[in-house]
Each structure stands twice: as structure tokens, then as C-alpha cells.
Design a protein around this ligand. Structure first.
Ligand SMILES: C[S@@+](CC[C@H](N)C(=O)[O-])C[C@H]1O[C@@H](n2cnc3c(N)ncnc32)[C@H](O)[C@@H]1O
Length: 247
């Protein structure tokens, strides 16, 4: 499975070339040509006039994958995740150490009590989609919520060790392959393509840097991260949130 850089109009060739150097990805020149089944399992990071998005295979019906905050404001509601915020102080600060496309972080930003949110993502192509998504919003409610957010393309442990404490630290490590639940297309793309890994002491370090709570998202059948027992857990049909309360 490969990741290529593509562009859907010749005027974007220069922009795509720049990005291909920055992200160390090969340019795929035939993106707009006839459908080629040979690339069915490959991914394409596509520069279009509107946005940067990811696409699996070359079928024109393959749905674009991107950080769609305008859609998520009304059409995504993760009550389980929002329950993990209960009991946090007003104006709490948060860092999401595994930002991905920013979908979980955006749920946290929806909480009125959340004052500021830092998103850390190490994988360059993911970071580019996230950054682009943060710029391409129209809904005024989304613009307001996103004003709480800052994003950094860094290794999370490096960031944690060089920064102040946060009230809440959120970690959503990649689920390992043994859990067969069919992932949504965004998550499947991250599973297929992300080569970044978390330090094996990320939770231990986070517990030292959080003022109030660390929340870890797990598949419901998974062991506790780093074998550390949480204060409590909130379990749904597929995922479980482990809460480590420090106050
Ligand atoms: C399961 S995904 C998170 C998905 C995210 N919660 C969302 O809502 O889109 C885990 C993310 O952590 C990133 N990641 C893995 N190791 C990292 C590291 N050491 N530093 C920063 N990010 C890392 C991966 O590239 C991936 O995007």
C-alpha cells in the first residue's frame, strides 16, 4: 500500500511539487486519467483548488477523506467522549497528543468549559490535512470553536517534555490489528498509513504533566495502556475511555 501525491488540475502542479518535496511523497501524474484498478489499495493525497484531501484508490466514487469541521459541528456527536469531561474545572486547558484529523479534539472544543486546546500530530501528511481543514471553514460557530485551537507538527513526548502542564491530556493511540472492528474510513486510513509510534512511556509521562485528568481511548477489549489501571472507565459498544483522575 503506497501513498502518492496527486493534483486534479494542471494549474496545481507547482503547488503539488512543493508539497511532494515537503512530505517526501512521489507525484502521481495520471490522477485525472482513466480509472486504473491497479491502484485500488493505494492512497492519494490530492491537491485540489478547494482543499487537500486523501482518497483511497482512483475510483471517482471514492469518498474524499479530510478534516471536515463544518460537517462535524452538526453531524458528529460523541457523547461518550464528552462524558469524560465531566468534573473538569471551568476554563480547562487541554492537549490532544494524537490529533489525527482532529475529530475527537473538536468534540472536546465543543465543551463550553474548554478554554484552549493544543493538537499534536507527528505524521506530516496527516498534519497537512488537519492544517488545511482548519483553514477551510465557513460556519461561524466552527470559526469560533477553532479559535481555541493551536496545532503543532511534532512528536508528542518531545512536546510534553518541553511545555507547561495542561488540565486535561487526551491520548488516542492507534488500535493494533488484532481488533477486527471495521474502522470508519478516516481511521482506517490512519491505520493503513501512519508510521508514527507513541513512546512506550507516553501515559506515564502524561500523568506527571496533567493537572486534573488524562483520558485514554482504547478498543473495549484492549489492556490498559502501559498496564496502568485507570481511576474509572466509560465503555461503549466499540471503544472504552480510561480516565486517570489526578485531583
Ligand atoms: C488513532 S489516531 C488519532 C485519531 C484522532 N483522535 C482523530 O479524532 O482523528 C492516532 C494519531 O496519532 C499520531 N501519532 C502516533 N505517534 C505519534 C507521536 N509520537 N507523536 C504525535 N503523533 C503521533 C498518528 O499519526 C495518528 O494520526
Amino acid at each position: 500500500m503506497n501513498l502518492y501525491l496527486a493534483f486534479d488540475s494542471n494549474v496545481l502542479h507547482e503547488k503539488a511539487k512543493e508539497l511532494s518535496v515537503k512530505l517526501k511523497l512521489d507525484i502521481f501524474k495520471d490522477y485525472s486519467s482513466k480509472y486504473n484498478p491497479e491502484y485500488e489499495d493505494d492512497y492519494f493525497l490530492v491537491c485540489s483548488a478547494e482543499r487537500i484531501f486523501l482518497q483511497k484508490g482512483l475510483k471517482k466514487t471514492s469518498k474524499p477523506i479530510y478534516s471536515n469541521f463544518d460537517d462535524w459541528i452538526d453531524n458528529y456527536d460523541d457523547r461518550l467522549l464528552r462524558r469524560t469531561l465531566k468534573g473538569l474545572p471551568n476554563n480547562f486547558s487541554c492537549v490532544d497528543l494524537t490529533a489525527g484529523f482532529g475529530k475527537d479534539a473538536f468534540e472536546i472544543a465543543k465543551s463550553e468549559r474548554c478554554l484552549s486546546l493544543v493538537l499534536i500530530e507527528k505524521e506530516k501528511w496527516v498534519f497537512n490535512i488537519l492544517k488545511d481543514g482548519l483553514k477551510k471553514v465557513n460556519d461561524y460557530r466552527v470559526i469560533q470553536l477553532l479559535s481555541k485551537i493551536r496545532v503543532y507538527n511534532l512528536d508528542n513526548l518531545e512536546y510534553l517534555n518541553n511545555n507547561k502542564n495542561f488540565d486535561l491530556i487526551y491520548i488516542d493511540p492507534m488500535f493494533q490489528g488484532v481488533y477486527k472492528s471495521k474502522a470508519k474510513k478516516h481511521m482506517q486510513a490512519l491505520r493503513d498509513l501512519s508510521s508514527s509510534e507513541n513512546d512506550k512511556n507516553l501515559l506515564k509521562n502524561s500523568l506527571e504533566k496533567a493537572n486534573h485528568r488524562v483520558v485514554v481511548k482504547r478498543h473495549k477489549n484492549m489492556e490498559y495502556l502501559e498496564g496502568i489501571k485507570p481511576t474509572t472507565s466509560i465503555e461503549g459498544k466499540v471503544v472504552r475511555f480510561d480516565l486517570y483522575n489526578l485531583k
